[in-house]
Design a protein. Structure first.
Length: 300
């Protein structure tokens, strides 16, 4: 599964990049410190942090829904599933669980939640608060023990329990909520702060999902920082296409280093960069792209 052209169930290879070495910011929903500084600068006055935050929120609220619009969000989830699990049917993945031997323990669900990268633990903890008698609650002590490692100790029978719980509508909703609160919503918000349109918002979401919402060099905010060294965001007066090219270059470099991800860069090269160079900043259908040599198409 760590080979360059692994076609199926690759979610955990890419997803959940955050780990203790990546200076992870679990559940970070707001801008990084540099983004907050950018927002303050855009106020054009010497307002305090609260003033800057308020103006930022007001500016975001006035923006078009972009990727958060229902049809666009569905499109984003399909695009991500094509890269992570070689399917457009992301709703078939609630019960997915596998040990990919990638150092993250079990990878599971619609966003590749991992037992080794805290997000699976967080999901089960929050789900168990609302549904204490669920079939995964008994594994919480073991999940806390293995969090941050590749160990599966104490998780005997966990895959079967996950698959069974994935049939419960409330657990499916919990997975969607965790995906949105941890990855989708923060990515779209940050992209809007940077003045990016729908394609740029998807680029951020896919990067957040792939690299994790951390500040390390190979996590989302580290990649954004590297891109900012090469180009300015649209919100800062830069050219949107030039900035997205720089961002994709930074992502590609991280993937190619192969420290934590397989080295295939097709989700950048033959998908997102193709959309960008076609001038499709609104991420409009029809769309045709390739991932790991497999061709996908969504009609208009």
């Amino acid at each position: 599964m760590l080979l360059a052209l692994a076609p199926l169930a690759t979610a955990a290879v890419f997803l959940l990049g955050p780990d203790p070495e990546a200076d992870r910011v679990p559940g970070e929903s707001g801008p990084s410190s540099s983004a907050a500084a950018d927002g303050a600068a855009k106020t054009g006055r010497d307002g305090g942090p609260d003033d800057a935050d308020r103006e930022t929120e007001e500016r975001i609220a006035k923006m078009p829904a972009g990727l958060a619009a229902p049809g666009k969000k569905e499109l984003a989830l399909q695009l991500a599933a094509s890269a992570d699990n070689s399917t457009l049917e992301w709703r078939t993945l609630y019960g997915y669980i596998e040990d990919l031997q990638d150092g993250r323990g079990y990878t599971a669900g619609i966003a590749g939640f991992c037992t080794g990268t805290h997000d699976l633990l967080g999901l089960v903890e929050r789900y168990s608060e609302a549904h204490p008698d669920n079939g995964l609650a008994a594994y919480l002590p073991a999940l806390r023990e293995v969090d941050g490692s590749d160990s599966l100790e104490g998780l005997e029978g966990f895959p079967e329990a996950w698959e069974a719980e994935a049939e419960v509508p409330a657990f499916r909703k919990a997975q969607e909520r965790e995906r949105d609160q941890r990855y989708f919503d923060p990515a779209v918000r940050m992209a809007k702060i940077d003045g990016l349109g729908t394609l740029g918002q998807f680029v951020y979401y896919d990067a957040m999902l792939l690299h994790g919402p951390g500040k390390g060099a190979d996590s989302f905010y580290g990649i954004r920082a590297a891109a900012l060294e090469k180009a300015e965001t649209k919100a800062a007066g830069g050219d949107e296409r030039a900035y997205l090219e720089a961002f994709l270059d930074a992502r590609r470099a991280v993937i190619r280093e192969g420290k934590r991800f397989q080295r295939d860069t097709s989700r950048v090269d033959s998908a997102q960069r193709v959309f960008l160079r076609n001038g499709n900043l609104s991420l409009s259908t029809p769309l045709t792209w390739e991932i790991y040599g497999e061709r996908f198409h969504l009609p208009g």
